[in-house]
Write a new protein. Structure first.
Length: 175
């Protein structure tokens, strides 16, 4: 009897199909791709901090076309942690980011970043000429306007100045 149960369980797991990597629903009206342009992850010590997926319909990533960054967290972070890390990474990408820019940006990031736990998903959608739209687990959390903000924010992962060059290579499919 145990052998039948084992064989049945194996049959179920081997015949199960892996779902397609469809675009997150909150970007599907803008980005039609059925799979991410690129993806990778960032570890903190031996724990996966997050998985990142870049979405675009363009044949190559550019700030001239719509794109989205989808982050699925492997561990929890509070809003202050997310804001602090975002600002630090944006300053790394753009060393000329002024204290005035940071003072203006901090409350805006506070609004769009909720605390996250393992399994939560944040998405930032960029459409040229429009504010970056943010969502948490499919629910809108707000937007932040400005081409400079969009460039520096997406630069966290995609700029040559990123602090995560191997993630950048995976997201942009570079060799």
């Amino acid at each position: 009897m145990d052998r039948k149960i084992l064989l049945f369980a194996l049959a179920l797991t081997s015949s199960a199909t892996v779902p397609a990597q469809a675009a997150p629903p909150e970007i599907a009206s803008v980005i039609k791709s059925e799979k991410p342009f690129g993806e990778g992850h960032v570890n903190f010590l031996f724990i996966k901090a997050y998985n990142a997926r870049l979405w675009t319909d363009a044949p190559g990533w550019s700030m001239d076309t719509p794109c989205a960054m989808e982050i699925t967290y492997g561990m929890g972070f509070d809003t202050d942690d997310l804001v602090e890390r975002t600002i630090k990474e944006m300053k790394n990408v753009d060393p000329e980011l002024s204290d005035a820019d940071i003072a203006k940006l901090t409350p805006e990031l506070d609004k769009v970043y909720p605390p996250v736990k393992s399994g939560d998903r944040l998405v930032a959608l960029y459409v040229p000429g429009k504010p970056v739209m943010f969502s948490h687990n499919g629910e809108p959390t707000g937007s932040i306007a400005g081409e400079g903000f969009a460039r520096d924010f997406f630069g966290i992962w995609l700029s040559p100045n990123t602090s995560a060059p191997s993630l950048r290579k995976n997201l942009l499919k570079l060799k």
